[in-house]
Design a protein around this ligand. Structure first.
Ligand SMILES: [Zn+2]
Length: 417
């Protein structure tokens, strides 16, 4: 007897009429007309079934603090950092966990079951980090939090950061962060990249640095990250987050750099929502796709000093990537959707991820027929499944219009041809 079977699903690659059989937390069969019965059967009615969404860059320690102690008036990164610095010394474990848990619940309801959490380690007591490490364990039955030790105030610039990073590693973080553009000089930024990459190699941890977070066309430290990734053979264990300055480079240098990023094997994590508020530019998503770079996406900020809205729905991020990146073709839009799932999984080095025999039985059923329709509609997630069990469920939605003739049900899909 199976635990769960989904019948008549459409997959991301366009296959239709697919059944997915789950047992003991794993997918045990994928194909047409699978025989056998299950404790629970879900009729997908031809709707899209995907693996869970991956939020590859989210700051949970500051989430839901918008307006405290005041609002970021310019929207710019550094005004936001100034506001955050006013409140981060007052954090308590309970407060951080309460806010972060709320956002995680939103994420689960939206089908996001993997989040890479950028966590500021500037506080000498590491309150935010300790809170999120606790939450990582408490929420493990529902979703995976991958914790980044992020030296927001600089790794070499701020006294004590090196020791705090060592402590964070001891406490059990998953990823080494960095912020080279915030170090005092370009040379010191490059030095921080070398030291942090070596630290990651030494402790067998992943790397994800905030890179070139500026529209300054002289901000070119990502080239150093590619060089160190290759020198230390870190490859796909490295991610470069943000990288808006690539948008400002001349085409010759940008093309050289994008080929180099692809060669290094690292991922680029793009956060389109805060790219809009913080810099007004987003890195070259379409061209990075063409260069063969793995792209993942992050929500980055939810109701905090850098972003005044947010609902933890990665469809919101995907739609902004399409619009901001002028990704007009259906093919490029489908690649955005792939980055919200498989691209994110690659950046986070997730294992047993996907819809194949042997993968974890983690699935999302959306009220949409194709990835492109999902990006357009941000549709209800009808079921979110973790290890073969439904952990979130929602009814199908439509709107009834009446007043002239027969009642009409609107579900925002295209007219049938
Ligand atoms: Zn960030």
């Amino acid at each position: 007897m199976l635990d769960l079977i989904l019948r008549n699903a459409t997959l991301q690659d366009g296959q239709t009429g697919i059944d997915i059989a789950c047992k003991d937390g794993k997918i045990v069969d994928v194909g047409k007309s699978i025989e056998g019965s299950a404790n629970e059967t879900i009729d997908a009615e031809g709707f899209l079934v995907t693996p869970p969404f991956v939020d590859a860059h989210l700051h949970l320690d500051g989430a839901l603090t918008h307006g405290n102690p005041h609002t970021n008036q310019s929207g710019e990164l550094y005004e936001g950092i100034g506001i955050w610095n006013q409140i981060k010394s007052e954090l308590t474990i309970e407060d951080v966990k309460k806010r972060a848990r709320t956002v995680c619940e939103w994420a689960i309801a939206n089908g996001t079951l993997h989040i890479r959490v950028q966590t500021d380690i500037g506080d000498p007591n590491l309150i935010g980090l300790r809170a999120l490490l606790e939450l990582r364990e408490e929420l493990r039955p529902l979703l995976d939090l991958q914790i980044v030790a992020f030296p927001q105030d600089g790794y070499l610039r701020r006294q004590g950061s090196v020791e705090l990073m060592a402590k964070a590693i001891e406490l059990g973080v998953d990823v080494i962060g960095g912020i080279p553009d915030f170090e005092l000089t370009t040379a010191l930024g490059n030095q921080s990249i070398t030291e942090l990459c070596e630290l990651a190699q030494q402790h067998d941890l992943l790397v994800d640095m905030h890179m070139d977070q500026t529209p300054d066309l002289c901000s070119r430290q990502i080239e150093m990250l590619t060089a160190e990734t290759m020198r230390l053979s870190l490859g796909k264990r490295v991610s470069a987050s943000h990288c808006p300055s690539i948008a400002t480079f001349n085409d010759y240098y940008a093309n050289k750099l994008m080929a180099q990023i692809a060669q290094s094997g690292m991922s680029v994590v793009v956060c389109p929502l805060t790219a809009a508020t913080c810099w007004g530019i987003m890195t070259r998503v379409g061209e990075l796709f063409d260069a063969g770079v793995n792209i993942a996406f992050g929500y980055d900020c939810i109701l905090d000093p850098w972003y005044p809205l947010g609902n933890a729905d990665m469809m919101d991020v995907g739609r902004m990537a399409v619009v901001f990146g002028r990704l007009m073709s259906p093919e490029k839009q489908a690649r955005v959707f792939d980055s919200l799932t498989y691209g994110g999984a690659k950046a986070l080095s997730l294992e047993s991820y996907g819809i194949e025999k042997g993968c974890f039985a983690d699935l999302v059923l959306l009220q949409a027929r194709t990835p492109n329709e999902a990006l357009r509609l941000q549709p209800p997630r009808l079921a979110v499944i973790r290890r073969g069990k439904v952990i979130a469920r929602r009814e199908k939605q439509s709107v009834e219009i009446s007043g002239v003739g027969a009642k009409i049900n609107v579900d925002f899909t295209l007219p049938k041809t």
